[in-house]
Design a protein around this ligand. Structure first.
Ligand code: PBG
Length: 333
């Protein structure tokens, strides 16, 4: 290997590791609260909180408690939150029309958070699954998830969220052509500064299970999402998806899930050099949390090590349910 510059005993790799000051001096990556986006689940009600059984430590919050929690995240230096609604099953329909109701739960949550905590970024998922009686991200016709009709629905959803004050639209639906349609509609409506963070390389993953419990979409879901989400076997296809989303106007791109897809993250960052995010998804959180709660792993330390792995693999930011825990740990030092 031509990067070996010397040999033992002249070269001793342990010298730089010998003291804390010296390890800090040669450290190549640094994790900070600025790297985190905190996903939060919202429910109806006042002063209401519900634990998510498959995500110990995570609670669904009513809008008042959400505002308090977001203020705490802001105080810890976390730059943005992503809001996910747990929608009453009676509002779910095959056309998912509740998704663009300007007074739906997530739009009300956005307005409340923007008013209560103006100096934190607010991001919303663009996908129909929380509102769809079929549990899919798109509209289902004769057992198929139809692309172009879904785009029209997604555009309406994007505009409702932006009108409510959402600053980042994050399409997680994996329909073809949605980023361009969203960008054109946002610009036409005067929302030129609403950013698009595209879930560009989103895989058909079993690691989303706890999230579907949290938003209550899992029970409704018929079949799987393999006709729109990526095959875990593929990485060239992920680069193709990222290229298309950038061409359509995405400001930021995302790889999801996180820990099992660090190779994809590194390839995306190297190939495009654009703001690249990663979603440390619900199943990844559940694994570390469960092992921690059982005393098998030190939760805080494995979280910080995992988040550092994302930085090392090229992430500019990380969506993580551990954002507040990690920001507190970093503050303590
Ligand atoms: C919905 C959506 C999912 C996640 C974010 N947005 C689940 C899915 O596609 O089924 C997963 C998040 C997580 O597991 O933490 N489009």
């Amino acid at each position: 290997m031509d990067f070996v510059r010397g040999q033992f005993p002249q070269t001793r790799m342990r010298r730089n590791r010998w003291d804390d000051w010296s390890r800090r001096m040669v450290s190549e990556n640094r994790l900070s609260a600025d790297d985190f986006i905190w996903p939060v689940f919202v429910i109806e009600g006042d002063n209401a909180r519900e634990p998510v059984p498959s995500m110990p430590g995570v609670e669904r919050l009513s809008i008042d408690l959400l505002c308090a929690a977001v203020a705490e995240a802001r105080d810890l230096g976390i730059p943005a939150v992503a809001l996910f609604p747990n929608v009453d099953p009676s509002l779910k329909t095959p056309d998912a029309r509740e998704a663009w109701n300007p007074d739906n739960l997530v739009c009300r949550a956005v307005r409340a958070v923007r008013a209560a905590v103006p100096d934190i970024g607010v991001m919303c998922d663009v996908a129909l699954d929380p509102f769809n009686s079929d549990g899919h991200d798109g509209i289902v016709r004769d057992g198929e998830i139809v692309n172009d009709e879904t785009i029209e629905a997604l555009v309406k959803q994007t505009l409702a969220q932006a009108d409510a004050g959402s600053q980042v639209a994050a399409p997680s639906d994996m329909m073809d052509g949605r980023v361009g349609a969203m960008r054109r509609a946002l610009d036409a409506a005067g929302h030129q500064n609403v950013r698009i963070m595209a879930y560009s390389a989103k895989y058909a993953s079993a690691f989303y299970g706890p999230f579907r419990d949290a938003v209550g979409s899992g029970g409704a879901l018929k079949g799987d999402k393999k006709t729109y989400q990526l095959d875990p076997a593929n990485t060239d296809e992920a680069l193709h998806e990222v290229a298309l989303d950038l061409a359509e106007g995405a400001d930021m791109v995302m790889v999801k899930p996180g820990l099992p897809y660090l190779d994809v993250l590194r390839r995306v960052k190297d190939a495009f050099g654009v703001p690249t995010f990663v979603y440390n998804v619900s199943g990844e959180y559940a694994m570390l949390r469960a092992a921690g709660d059982n005393g098998w792993l030190d939760y805080e330390r494995v979280v910080l090590e995992s988040l550092m792995a994302f930085k090392r693999a090229g992430a500019d930011g990380i969506l993580t349910y551990s954002a507040v825990d990690a920001a507190r740990a970093l503050r303590r030092g």
